[in-house]
Design a binder for this molecule. Structure first.
Ligand code: APR
Ligand code: ZN
Length: 232
């Protein structure tokens, strides 16, 4: 399925902790687990404290709910402590287009290798319920935006992962641009792209021998990994 925006917090990814220790804090509100959540008391008979199934980090049930409700509500849960994703994380990137093609020219540092161009196009619009200010307009500056990858095995793998990130709406987000300071605008969502082709004056160009590995880590933080390539 595509996004499940608006779904209630899933319950299959955590279990109740009936006797939380005095010593541990909730990683969301930083208060003791055995005291009440800032977000109030839970209505659930099954306990106030829960533990995530993959990483065992513990939270007040109501803190976890508040965190979930402030996100895209896509039926997934990401541990705010260790970032482990339970289910598939979706983002809030507005609709748009992604295209790619190759050109017979080399990026600095990748002599003899062709180049993959990845183009994104997003138009301005009105924010939906999943966005920071529903009903308010958002701008979209600098589109189309184009990123470059070497057309080698690793670059082609990253292209596939970029496609998954785009489909899950995690490639861009809506918020304030740290470059321009503009609010309610479409911004890159911490999956770095090399937007400069033949040089590196902006810091977003080649050569950068660590780029491909770094962007694989950034994709993983958004829940997009090699595991997604074998399972689709
Ligand atoms: N190219 C690629 N990534 C960039 C660029 C750029 N020119 N400028 C910033 N980023 C990265 C930042 O390093 C950060 O991780 O995007 C992330 C979000 O930064 P913001 O400034 O909030 O993002 P945004 O407003 O989308 O970026 C501004 O990126 O592609 C260009 O045309 C775009 O000039 C604009 C710039
Ligand atoms: Zn965790």
């Amino acid at each position: 399925s595509k996004g499940k925006s608006g779904a209630d917090m899933p319950h299959q990814y955590f279990k109740a902790v009936l006797k939380p220790s005095d010593a541990e804090d909730c990683c969301i509100c930083c208060e003791k687990l055995n005291s009440e959540s800032d977000y109030g008391k839970s209505n659930h008979a099954e306990g106030e404290v829960v533990s995530l199934s993959l990483c065992a980090h513990m939270f007040h049930r109501q803190c976890l709910r508040a965190m979930y409700d402030s996100g895209p509500k896509d039926g997934s849960l990401q541990c705010p402590n260790c970032k482990k994703i339970h289910g598939f994380k979706h983002g809030i990137c507005p609709a748009g287009e992604m295209h790619f093609w190759t050109i017979p020219e080399s990026l600095p540092g990748y002599d003899g290798c062709c180049t993959i161009c990845v183009k994104y196009f997003i138009r301005p619009g009105t924010q939906g319920h999943e966005h920071p200010n529903p009903g308010r307009k958002f701008s979209a500056r600098g589109f189309p935006r184009i990123g470059y990858l070497p057309d080698n095995e690793k670059g082609r793998k990253i292209l596939q992962l970029f496609t998954i990130a785009w489909q899950r709406r995690v490639m861009f987000t809506i918020g304030s641009s740290s470059t321009t300071g503009e609010t309610d605008t479409v911004t890159w969502n911490e999956i770095h792209h090399k937007t400069e082709f033949g040089s590196n004056e902006s810091g977003h160009g080649y050569p950068d021998p660590n780029y491909l590995d770094n962007v694989l880590l950034e994709l993983a933080i958004q829940g997009v990994t090699e595991d997604d390539l074998t399972s689709t």
